[in-house]
Every structure is written in C-alpha cells, then in structure tokens.
Design a protein around this ligand. Structure first.
Ligand SMILES: Cc1cc2nc3c(=O)[nH]c(=O)nc-3n(C[C@H](O)[C@H](O)[C@H](O)COP(=O)(O)OP(=O)(O)OC[C@H]3O[C@@H](n4cnc5c(N)ncnc54)[C@H](O)[C@@H]3O)c2cc1C
Length: 445
C-alpha cells in the first residue's frame, strides 16, 4: 500500500496500479480464534492476510527507528535518509488517523539508562513508538485504502497469485495479467512461496540469521523502573564467552506467557492486555544464530533445536528456574513453588533447558541475563523463570539493488516475506523505496 501510495501521489496518476491480495477487505477480516499460530479454521488466515497485511489486525505498534524491524540504512546509504523515510512513513500513518501521541519516555532518564547500560557493555536503544492499537489499526488501514482508491488505485482481493515472471502475474485461476512493473511483497505468510519464486527465477536469496532463546518471566516490580523509562525496552548484549549477540524483545509488563503451536513443535510467546493484568512481566531473550558454510540453512537448524525441546517437554514448552539451570538440575513444580514468582503458563513442563538447547545458546542466555542484571537488578535471580523454546525465523533475503529491484528487470520486492524487513515501519519504508524505484525507471521521478 505504501508502494502504491508513492506511485499515485508522486507519479500523479500516470501509472495504473493494481494491488492483488489473497485475503479479504478490512471489514471482512475476522479471526474466530484470534491466534494465527493455533488456528486451522480458515483457508486464508485473516490475521496474516488481507488489506493492510499482517499489521492490520496487530496491536499496530509503530517502532519509529530505522534500525528496528530491518535496517533501512542498507538501502538509503546514510542515517539521515533512513530517518527521513521513517518520518515520512509515520506522517502517512498520521494522515490516515494514527493517534498523535507517541511513547518517548523521559529523555533525560533514557540518556541516563543509556549511560548506565554502556558502562556494563550493554547497548540500550531508546525508541519512540506510536501505538495504533488493535482497534485503531484497522480504521487507519481502511482510511488509507479509501484514499488510495480515490487516487485511482484498484484492489483485487480474495485472489491468490500463483506465480510471477518478467512482466507477468499469473493468478490462481490461470489468468495471466501483464504488468510493466511488479512489486512482490507477500509478507511472512507468503515467505515460503516467495522463496520458491526466487528459486524458479534464479534470483539469489540467502538464509538470514534466526533468533533462538527463552521467554523470561520475573515479578512485575523488577521491571517497573525500566518500564517507567521505556514501555518496550530493547537491550543489545554481546556475551563474553562466545561474543554472541543476545537481545531483549517483546517486553510484556504485567503480562502473560503463552504457548504457540506450530506444525511439528511448540514454542512460547508473551502478551499483555489492558484490562487483565498479572503480577509478572515477561520478555523474549534471544540469541542470534548465524551459520556459514557448509550448512547455511538456519531455518532447518532452528527447527531441529525446537523439535528437540518439544520432545523433552512432552509436547509442552519447558519451564525452569534460572537457579536450577545454573546448578545443572531440572526444575520441578515443588522447586518452582519455593520461588516468590508464580508462573503465568501452567501447562509448561518443569525440566532442564540445558538438555534441550545447545550449550552455546544456554551459556549465552545465562551470561546475558547476568549482564542485564546490572541494569535490571533481580532479573538474574535464582527464582527467575525461563520458558523454552522461543524462536524467530527469518525469510530468505532476496538480492536487490538500492531501489529494491531484483536481478529480474522491473521485478521489485519489499517487506518481511523477502527478508528485507521485520516490522510495520520497515515494511512500509520498503514499499516507499520500491515505489520510488519504479517511478525512476518510468522516468516519473
Ligand atoms: C500477530 C502479529 C502482530 C504483529 N504486531 C506488530 C506490531 O505491533 N508492530 C510491528 O511493527 N510489527 C508487528 N507485526 C509484524 C508486521 O505485521 C509485519 O512486519 C508487517 O505486516 C510486514 O509487512 P509486509 O507488507 O511485508 O507483509 P504483510 O503485512 O504480511 O502483507 C503481505 C500480504 O501479502 C498477501 N499475500 C501473500 N502471498 C500472496 C499470494 N501468493 N497472492 C496474493 N496475496 C498474497 C497476504 O495476504 C498479505 O496480506 C506483527 C505480526 C503479527 C503476525
């Protein structure tokens, strides 16, 4: 939609633009289960597919930084260009009704936290966030779509694209559409399909790093001082033993740990609600795994790790106290009951994460938490709860030039499904870059 916006707005309507999506219009996007990972009811998942993509039914948190959810500097070449893009994307969200207020936290306190973190070898990333909310995001997208239609953009919905080729889009019913320029942005839901397209068209696409780790749960009062500075604090750490990159992600203050069911394994995630709160806070603590030759397939490696954890947990996530992990013994419900913290996910199996995950990942988690404890005292206490496995896969990254054009002339790509972003703002900025790239090729910019 951001690509189409550029074509309509800057191209003064000189190109005719069609958006094709296998999902429904905003108002028809309803999920009976409200969990795309466990739902098997709909042939086309309404959470992942439809106008506005996966962002429409999300909580619509806009991370307003060019190095979060992808790295825009890679395409703009400089920081200023990347920040300009973020601000431009944000201005479009505002134009279509995103709330004016942002979460920025107290600037002085954020600087102090940055300073304290740096003194312990940790990078704290202060971040401005705009929160559209799960009720607000669909309205913003609906307004956006209405304006695109006013500018002459057409939508073809409930239509799956079967294949693309130079200048051709083949629909599931066999119809072939001719297109001078194609922008392929199929998101996470279309990542495997995009990888197939890359193989068929011989577009180089490489495996990206994945993140494997645990969900950490602590008493909410342990996190409260940090949450006062930033509602989703992001800390980046390099561990001493392996020099591996470990980060905090998706902090849920007073939230709940939840199980996710995949096809052959289970994982964990976290969420928080405005009305129902818990006494705990949770966050993902993830180790970045990069593989080089002879085995580069990070997805296959990640799957084997989480499948092993699933076997050990008897089909449930494993829960362990950090103290038990350090002592080299499994947790039991009796041991867990000695801690002051009560787990929010009771279906997990008390066990030993060291039996389920490679030593290097376990060592990174323990060392990383001990470092983080210097900034958030109590986070590495013996009673801290760890749930495993938590995993974030990445789509294969397409080879593109700075306008996001692939080696196939006039075939542009954008977003999470082609490994170029990992969030709403990054994906939207990709759309803007590709839209401008098309305008350049059409000599309209
Ligand atoms: C539950 C959930 C919550 C999230 N919350 C946030 C958040 O708060 N903040 C944040 O920054 N990010 C969040 N994200 C991530 C964010 O939604 C994505 O990063 C972003 O939507 C990626 O945009 P995209 O354009 O690359 O792909 P998408 O938004 O996934 O859009 C891709 C579209 O392509 C369509 N498509 C795919 N294949 C085909 C095909 N063959 N034919 C036709 N159509 C096809 C799909 O139907 C879909 O509508 C969340 C994701 C999920 C799943």
């Amino acid at each position: 939609m951001f690509g189409a916006y550029e074509l309509a707005y800057r191209g003064n309507g000189k190109l005719s633009v069609l958006i094709i999506d296998q999902g429904h219009d905003v108002k028809n996007r309803k999920c009976p289960v409200q969990n795309y990972k466990t739902c098997t009811k709909c042939p086309v998942c309404s959470i992942m597919s439809g106008v506005g993509g996966a962002g429409t039914l999300s909580s619509g948190l806009l991370n307003l930084r060019p190095d979060i959810g992808g790295d825009l500097i890679e395409f703009t070449g400089d920081e200023k260009g990347a920040w300009d893009l973020v601000n431009y994307v944000d201005s479009i969200f505002l134009k279509y009704g995103a709330p004016k207020d942002v979460y920025r936290g107290d600037v002085d306190e954020a600087i102090e936290l940055q300073r304290r973190s740096a003194s312990c070898g940790i990078k704290f990333l202060p971040i401005t966030q705009r929160h559209m909310g799960s009720d607000g995001a669909p309205k913003v997208i609906d307004n956006f779509k209405a304006d695109l239609e006013k500018m002459g953009i057409k939508f073809m919905l409930d239509t799956r694209v079967e294949d693309v080729n130079a200048g051709k889009v083949i629909l599931e019913n066999g119809t072939t559409l001719n297109a001078r320029y194609i922008l392929l942005a199929p998101g996470r839901v279309g990542a495997n399909w995009a990888a197939d397209v890359a193989r068929r068209l011989s577009i180089p696409a490489k495996h990206e790093p994945i993140d494997i780790g645990v969900r950490v749960e602590v008493p909410a009062f342990v996190m409260a001082p940090i949450i006062a500075v930033n509602r989703d604090p992001k800390f980046h750490i390099y561990t001493d033993t392996y020099d591996d990159f470990v980060r905090t992600f998706c902090v849920n203050h007073q939230g709940f740990v939840v199980k996710e069911v995949y096809d052959k394994f289970v994982g964990v995630n976290g969420h928080s609600m405005t009305e129902t709160t818990s006494d705990n806070s949770n966050f993902a603590f993830l180790v970045r795994v990069v593989l080089t030759e002879p085995v580069e397939d990070t997805t296959a490696y990640g799957r084997s790790v989480v499948q092993q954890a699933t076997i050990l947990g008897g089909g449930e996530p494993i829960i362990q106290r950090l103290g038990d992990l350090r002592m080299g013994r499994r947790s039991t419900w009796t041991r867990i009951s000695h801690s002051q913290i009560k787990p929010t996910l009771r279906s997990a199996t008390p066990g030993d994460i060291a039996m389920a995950m490679p030593h290097r990942i376990v060592a990174d988690i323990i060392e990383g938490l001990e470092k983080l404890d210097e900034i958030i005292p109590g986070v590495a206490s013996s009673s801290t709860l760890l749930y495993a496995p938590e995993i974030k896969f990445s789509a294969n990254k397409f080879e593109v030039n700075n306008d996001l054009e692939t080696p196939i002339e006039n075939l542009f790509v954008a977003g999470d499904g082609v490994g170029l972003s990992r969030g709403i703002v990054g994906a939207a900025a990709n759309g803007v870059i590709a839209g401008r790239g098309i305008l350049k090729k059409a000599s309209l910019l």
